[in-house]
Design a protein around this ligand. Structure first.
Ligand code: SER
Length: 311
């Protein structure tokens, strides 16, 4: 393969901004084009505006920048998605279909699609959720991601488009405050602790969810994209795991650093979404196929988050 030229959609988001930086370290600044619908509030150059529903603009950018790989991160998340289900479907699924066919028709060599624990639903076994389980998500976000996974597999089987995908757990990072997700509490809680404020948690104290530190998520993304094609036995999306905890457990861990930190539980509509997801994930296939291994557990992640946010 020649020098990869990468396009990232949603590159100002929680994952995109960190992924862009890591990919630029590896592939060179000029070879990683960040795109987003919003102007970056930090240096994310090279950058172009892109509304992913605009197929013509995607084609122009692929040609202008001689793009060979796409990391398609732009999406509306689980909680925000519920405010406008039709728009969420359009952004998350219809835009994906356009991008897949544009990729097929314009020589894209590798395509990354982020899936999520939101593909699981109340018919899915909750603990150690295996790779192949009943998927009946109850959010439009989850519905769009399950369907997206199937389309990715279809484009691989039928058109040989080299697609790789991960089902991310909730992602925790210090680089931004995420918006619109159900797992966002696990980032917000740090900002409250550092400011010395009581945290009002929108999930109940015993709601256990799978989570991952941002650098594990970014490393998994780059590792699956760099793995030889014959190591990727699954073209829907791989289960991916690092840790699972409840709001009460992360609170106790943060309290070790801030003994006076206080929390109140005020569950809202996101509680029902969280309850429909898995509590822990079996990701053995990712570990055996392309050697996935997480590096951060709860104490290590909490210590690093506090160190980074406290400077
Ligand atoms: N973190 C996402 C959300 O909460 C799940 O993929 O919506």
């Amino acid at each position: 393969m020649e020098q990869a030229k990468i396009l990232i959609t949603g590159a100002n988001g929680q994952l995109g901004r960190v992924l862009a930086k890591e990919l630029r370290k590896k592939y060179g600044q000029a070879n990683v084009l960040a795109t987003d619908i919003r102007k970056p509030d930090f240096d994310n150059s090279p950058f172009e505006f892109l509304d992913i529903t605009n197929k013509k603009r995607v084609i122009e950018l692929i040609h202008d920048y001689k793009i060979t790989q796409i990391y398609h991160l732009a999406a509306m998340l689980s909680a925000n998605g519920e405010w406008d289900p039709k728009k969420t479907w359009d952004v998350n699924l219809n835009a994906l279909l356009k991008l897949l066919s544009v990729s097929r028709d314009n020589g894209i060599e590798r395509f990354f699609f982020p899936s999520t624990i939101a593909v699981f639903g109340s018919t899915t076994p909750k603990e150690h959720t295996q790779q192949h389980v009943p998927l009946m998500p109850e959010t439009v976000y989850g519905m769009s991601k399950v369907t997206g996974e199937l389309w990715c597999n279809y484009f691989f089987q039928r058109y040989n488009l080299d697609i790789r995908s991960l089902r991310y757990p909730g992602i925790i990072g210090y680089q931004s405050i995420p918006e619109g997700g159900t797992t966002d509490y696990a980032v917000e809680i740090f900002h409250a602790a550092i400011k010395g404020e009581t945290y009002k948690c929108f999930l109940d104290k015993d709601t256990k969810l799978p989570m991952m530190y941002i650098f594990d998520a970014i490393r998994a993304t780059i590792e699956i994209m760099e793995a030889p094609s014959d190591k990727i036995s699954l073209r829907t999306s791989y289960n991916l795991a690092a840790m699972s905890f409840t709001p009460a457990e992360i609170y106790e861990e943060i309290k070790k650093h801030f003994p006076n930190f206080a929390i109140q539980y005020e569950p809202d509509f996101r509680q029902k979404i969280a309850e429909s997801w898995s509590a822990s994930i079996d990701d053995r296939l990712a570990r055996s196929d392309w050697n996935w291994n997480h590096a951060y557990d709860l104490p290590k992640m909490v210590t690093e988050m506090i160190t980074k946010l406290n400077v």
